[in-house]
Design a binder for this molecule. Structure first.
Ligand SMILES: [Fe+2]
Ligand SMILES: [Fe+2]
Length: 275
């Protein structure tokens, strides 16, 4: 996409300002998981290139997007290693990427259409942008704040990138609002899927047996605790815009309130083990 470029590099991060006393150990655990998921960006870019095999404009945008996601992972890994020098990224990522795979050898979106794929991508970018904004506002550690600030800005640019292509394919494929909403709902429900929970498990080297339910709960009780109502309201507004519902409406306000209630409930769940 024209005018789309990498907006920062690891050299822009003030690594010397790292303050180990300000690292929240609970946040460190979820940042380790996020680092693994971000590193999978290049695989997802490959999948997108195949799904959009005859759209070179989107393909090159997807490759640049994937490189930015991988850079998010690199920045987070570098920070994690400052906070926990024993973190063995290579073996943790090997474990994660062997379990979480994508159907890259396909030319059909798992969402049923290209427009649906792009709606799902918008959802993910809304989620990550809110997530890193919430982490930035919650942490007192100056280097992590700066990393999250840069990443959150990238994620919102990614949302705009996918949204612009989605709007194009909405016209080409004539994907109606109901089907767009269904894709959105299914993607949101997948936030409880294996990817985040397994990343949390693999990144924290939690032992021999993976208990999905327990890892989902352990991950969510930590991650959702950092969200504040303004993060949720903004996220719902962007999700509504992506699926084609009025973003500034009473329905959006009510949905944000329900989402806040849901996130609070998940954040307050107790985990039965040290996970
Ligand atoms: Fe990212
Ligand atoms: Fe992103």
């Amino acid at each position: 996409m024209t005018g789309y470029k990498k907006h920062w590099t690891l050299d822009d991060i003030p690594w010397d300002n790292f303050d180990p006393l300000k690292v929240d150990p609970e946040m460190l655990r979820i940042v380790k998981g996020a680092a693994l998921v971000e590193h999978n960006g290049s695989i997802y870019a490959e999948y997108l290139s195949n799904v959009f095999y005859d759209d070179p404009e989107f393909q090159s945008a997807a490759i640049r997007w994937g490189a930015e996601e991988v850079q998010h992972g690199e920045a987070l890994v570098k920070w994690v290693k400052l906070a926990d020098p024993s973190f063995d990224f290579e073996s943790r990522f090997k474990n994660f990427s062997s379990k979480i795979t994508l159907p890259t050898a396909t030319n059909k979106s798992v969402r049923g259409s290209r427009c649906g794929e792009l709606v799902a991508r918008c959802m993910v970018e809304v989620g990550t942008s809110s997530y890193y904004t919430a982490l930035r506002e919650a942490t007192a550690e100056p280097v992590l704040r700066e990393i999250c600030r840069n990443i959150a800005r990238d994620e919102i640019r990614h949302y705009k990138l996918f949204y612009s292509h989605m709007a194009r394919y909405r016209t080409i494929e004539r994907l109606g609002i109901i089907r767009r909403i269904l894709v959105g709902v299914s993607r949101i429900s997948e936030s409880e899927d294996d990817e985040l929970a397994y990343a949390y498990y693999a990144a924290n080297n939690l032992g021999e047996k993976y208990d999905r339910k327990q890892c989902v709960r352990a991950y969510m009780s930590r991650a959702y605790g950092f969200y504040r109502p303004h993060h949720v309201e903004r996220g719902i507004m962007l999700i509504f815009k992506a699926v084609g519902i009025k973003p500034h409406s009473k329905l959006a306000a009510i949905t944000a309130k329900i989402a806040c209630y849901f996130l609070n409930a998940k954040a307050n769940q107790q985990t039965s083990t040290a996970q």
